[in-house]
Design a binder for this molecule. Structure first.
Ligand code: B12
Ligand code: SF4
Ligand code: SF4
Length: 262
């Protein structure tokens, strides 16, 4: 993740990223699925990857929102939109927009939507007169996420050691998974939701209505054997336009073999 060290100036000052920015509009998109993988022993894929890659979906929606604002409110509107795509601190903008707080598990938590939400922004050249409410951190004394993380990746409240996080190790990491993590992945094959699944703010969530994120029946029914034996052509067919394209078949196989070995 060396790319995280680049563009520090642009990261903290949106005017350096999109000259003329006067307003940042931060939005959330719920991706909490109605149903999870049906077979308990099938290697677990993170909920964010159940459907179409959110980068496409959120970007399309942001473009639409931009068009709507320009057409109906500010004809002079100029700007750009982002989600996880540029040197933008998505969670920090969501906090400043009053959408939630950053929980001890490092995720933005909304009182209404929980944390299974994607974050995106519009950077606009118009001034919008709005005082967002300040949302207080509502984690309280809870430490469920820290206690549940199997690799000890939450090193301080809200601070994730990326190098220890299963999400990083299964998606971003290149090469073999270090031996110190043998037996610690709790059957996670792509990403990890453990610190979100245990969060009380995620206990009564409304499922997403976004069709792009709806998993296929075939995906929900995958058995452990089918996943272990999946061929490249099946993988490409099932995960076409999916976040799993990021690791590709080889990364997926590496993760499967790591789980099998342990
Ligand atoms: C790098 C990254 C990762 C890395 C590192 C995670 C991390 N916590 O930093 C890895 C690969 C591990 C990862 C994992 C996941 N990620 Co990720 N990831 C990102 C990414 C690209 C950048 C995060 C970042 O900037 N980190 C670097 C440092 C600077 O951030 P930090 O120290 O954690 O942030 C603090 C400072 O910014 C400070 N701060 C506060 N105020 C201010 C003000 C200023 C001016 C500054 C400079 C700083 C500052 O507070 C921040 C929070 O503590 C964002 C997208 C984006 N562009 O923001 C998505 C993002 C954070 N990830 C996301 C998701 C969904 C996940 C996973 C759930 C995926 C999964 N299921 O496997 C996991 C969750 C792991 C976890 N417990 O956090 C979502 C989170 C949505 C949400 N509700 O919060 C994001 C926002 C993508 C999106 N657009 O929706 N991720
Ligand atoms: S995503 Fe998994 S490995 Fe990463 S901090 Fe949360 S529980 Fe730990
Ligand atoms: S599990 Fe508890 S401590 Fe962790 S983010 Fe949720 S409320 Fe906060």
């Amino acid at each position: 993740m060396a790319y995280m060290e680049n563009y520090q100036e642009k990261r903290v000052d949106p005017g350096k990223l999109v000259p003329g920015t006067k307003t940042v509009v931060s939005v959330l998109l719920n991706y909490y699925p109605e149903e999870i993988q049906r077979h308990k022993d099938t290697p677990v894929i993170s909920k964010y990857a159940y459907g179409r890659d959110y980068h496409f979906t959120v970007r399309e929606k942001l473009k639409e929102l931009f068009g709507f604002i320009k057409k109906n409110i500010y004809p002079e509107l100029e700007g750009r939109w982002f989600t996880d795509s540029a040197p933008v601190l998505d969670r920090v903008w969501a906090v400043r927009a009053g959408l939630g707080w950053i929980g001890k598990n490092g995720n933005l938590i909304s009182k209404k939507w929980g944390s299974f939400v994607f974050i995106g922004e519009l950077m606009l050249n118009v001034e919008i007169d709005d005082e967002p409410p300040e949302i207080k951190n509502a984690c309280g004394n809870c430490t469920r996420c820290i206690d549940a993380c199997p690799t000890g990746a939450i090193v301080k409240p809200g601070v994730i050691d990326g190098g220890r996080c299963i999400s990083y190790l299964t998606i971003e990491h290149k090469g073999n998974i270090p031996e110190e993590f043998n037996g610690k992945f709790r059957n996670r094959v792509f990403g990890c939701d453990i610190c979100q699944d245990v969060c009380p703010w995620n206990s009564k969530l409304t499922s997403t209505t976004e069709p792009d994120f709806k998993p296929s029946e075939r995906f929900l029914n995958l058995t452990s054997e089918q996943m272990m034996e999946m061929r490249e052509s099946d993988f490409n067919e099932m995960f076409h336009e999916s976040p799993l394209k990021r690791t590709g078949y080889n990364g997926f196989r590496r993760n499967i073999l790591f789980l099998k070995k342990n």
